[in-house]
Design a protein around this ligand. Structure first.
Ligand code: NAP
Length: 559
């Protein structure tokens, strides 16, 4: 039987991105009968889709790669400190090829529904090609930012030229030469894109509703000699990632913001501004995240940097955020972004002053004027974290829908399990340790823990596992409480579940998406649960039916 004709698996993994690939590797090693279902026509997730110019890591490449295989660490050469999309996709293909994982993957398979069959302790999945598959366990490796959202603007269908969301940037080359390009949005994606295409297009109109704080990525090549040094230090690098809150190499400056002089603070900021990566955000004083005054002082420092880099003072002021401080949203890292606005062919259109009224056949109409465009690019973000779940009709016990349960925001146990939805695991779910960190580090932790849980359950002969109501309530309360001290709670960003283009996710309500306790604390929490015989998880077993009568169900609750 080929994988495409098999209808029952012990485990079905949904998604063949960074998490799904590693999850499949673990299951293969355990000898579990598993498959990966992927909606796209190939593997790679984020790095398969986001092909817009400028797309690259904001994690140091060698801290983003998998840590689980010495062979992969020995054989793969990262060429840039912050590796670009095409190289990242090559890397994921290299890993999948090395461990022969493609044979377990089924592409062009979009899961439309997953219903728990209480009688059999299994999931029944509907695939958009018409098949029905069953499995004991479902593992959701659906990605945090995999459901792109278009703006709710009238007329998007009327535009005669090419238009696309950055997530769906065409696979074939887009000819930008001499073209009038309109970009809507100024988030992390747009900031990478704009800087990259500014000198390649005829004219670039950037439609900005709110500016974002941003700081230099300071990317550079990695020579073979440097790569040899990185290889020799991999153990130390991953040990550092494991002990830092964000799972990066960057460690917070543990001196008190107010304990050092202003001169000392400026010295640190000048240094960090010129260093590669997230140091400016994560190697900063911790008060930046929690103390309004400290955050304000640092934000003003960055504002001055913007003023120094943007020649036109009016444009510079428009590029400085007024409604939030630096770092309370995930910080977009840039490469000559601000200098793009010094070019004669790049124009910043402030749509907070003159809003977009509609897209027309020939471009974009604001309340002020019409802007012609040959190409419109929507860099308008994602229905983050829960969006991919909402797009599948997931039903747990008593027909309860996950969409309904999470209407006001997600509630989970450890970000991995959900009460009422047995045998469904999320190695990188909402409220897990990966959302606000260096994703693959969190992914490896989540996949390892989930795989160990499956192994435990299998060894004990259980057929059902589910987070208890109490455990879920307690975890969700912990995650919620952690927001209380963070300035981030005020942000209009996906960290608080904001998305102006999705009904119910607009400004005004917080959804508690992100675990803010940092990696070491998160890992300690999940390890404590495992070490305590999976306290907070109820296990049960259904005996196989005998020929005379169906066997009674035995409940073993471990609460
Ligand atoms: P985003 O941060 O949500 O930004 C979306 C942008 O579109 C915002 O500027 C938003 O304006 C604007 N927008 C949305 N709807 C609009 C509308 N109807 N009219 C006008 N403007 C509209 O999304 P993103 O830039 O794709 O980034 C999302 C996340 O992806 C990042 O936080 C990051 O985690 C990840 N990412 C990472 C990298 C990397 O370096 N590895 C690169 C790109 C993205 P408002 O702010 O006013 O809503």
């Amino acid at each position: 039987m080929t994988i495409a004709t098999e209808t029952h698996f012990e485990v079905i993994v949904i998604g063949a991105g960074v998490a799904g690939i590693y999850q499949m590797k673990r299951l293969k090693d355990m000898g579990v009968n598993a498959t990966v279902l992927e909606a796209c026509d190939d593997l790679g997730g984020t790095w398969y889709n986001n092909r817009y110019p400028g797309a690259r890591f904001d994690s140091e490449s060698y801290t983003y790669g998998y840590s689980f295989s010495q062979e992969v660490l020995d054989e793969w050469h990262w060429k840039e400190k912050f590796s670009p999309q095409s190289e990242n996709l090559n890397y994921l293909n290299f890993v999948a090829g090395k461990f022969d994982l493609r044979q377990y993957m089924q592409f062009n398979c979009r899961v439309t529904a997953a219903h728990f069959d209480e009688g059999e302790d299994r999931w029944v999945l509907a695939i958009d090609d018409g098949r029905t598959l069953t499995c004991r366990f479902v593992i959701m490796a659906v990605g945090l930012l995999s459901t792109p959202t278009l703006p709710r603007i009238e007329g998007t269908e009327d535009f005669k030229g090419p238009s696309f969301h950055t997530f769906y940037w065409p696979h074939e080359e887009v000819d930008l030469k001499g073209k009038k390009v309109a970009v809507i949005g100024t988030g992390a994606t747009a900031i990478q894109l704009i800087a990259e295409i500014a000198d390649k297009v005829g004219e670039l109109n950037v439609f900005q509703r709110r500016p974002n704080w941003s700081a230099p990525l300071n990317n550079c090549p990695i020579s073979p000699a440097e790569m040899a040094d990185i290889r020799a230090r991999y153990d130390d690098i991953f040990a550092t990632c494991a002990r830092t809150p964000g799972s990066f190499e960057h460690e917070p400056d543990r001196r008190g913001f107010y304990e050092v002089s202003r001169e000392e603070r400026l010295k640190l900021w000048d240094r960090l501004y010129d260093e590669p990566g997230f140091g400016i955000w994560l190697a900063n004083f911790r008060e930046i995240f929690t103390d309004e005054k400290a955050n304000e002082e640092f934000s003003e420092y960055i504002a001055d940097r913007i003023r120094q880099r943007v020649k036109d003072p009016v444009t510079a002021e428009k590029l400085i955020p007024r409604d939030h401080g630096f770092g309370i949203q995930r910080v977009p890292m840039e490469s000559h972004y601000f200098e793009a606005y010094n070019r004669d062919n790049v124009h910043l259109i402030d749509i907070s002053e003159a809003p977009i009224e509609r897209v027309t056949e020939t471009g974009i109409r604001t309340s002020d004027q019409d802007y012609d465009a040959d190409i419109i690019v929507y860099a308008t973000g994602f229905d983050a974290i829960t969006g991919a779940f909402d797009h599948i009709d997931i039903r747990g016990l008593d027909g309860q829908t996950l969409r309904g349960k999470w209407r006001e925001g997600p509630s989970t146990f450890l970000g991995i399990l959900i009460n009422g939805f047995p045998n469904l695991l999320m190695p990188t779910g909402p409220q897990s340790g990966s959302a606000s960190t260096n994703y693959p580090r969190g992914i490896e932790n989540g996949v390892n823990w989930s795989t160990d849980l499956l192994d435990y359950s299998e060894q004990k002969g259980f057929t059902r596992l589910e987070a208890t109501k109490e455990a879920e309530a307690s975890w969700t309360a912990t995650v919620t409480k952690m927001y209380a001290i963070m300035l981030m709670r005020k942000a209009k960003s996906w960290f608080t579940g904001y998305n102006s283009n999705v009904e119910g996710h607009e400004e005004g309500s917080i959804r508690y998406f992100v675990y803010n306790g940092g990696t070491p604390r998160y890992v300690a929490s999940i390890n404590a649960v495992a070490g305590n015989d999976y306290e907070g998880i109820a296990f049960s077993r259904k005996d196989p039916p005998t020929s005379s009568a169906s066997a009674p169900e035995r409940q073993i609750a471990n609460t």
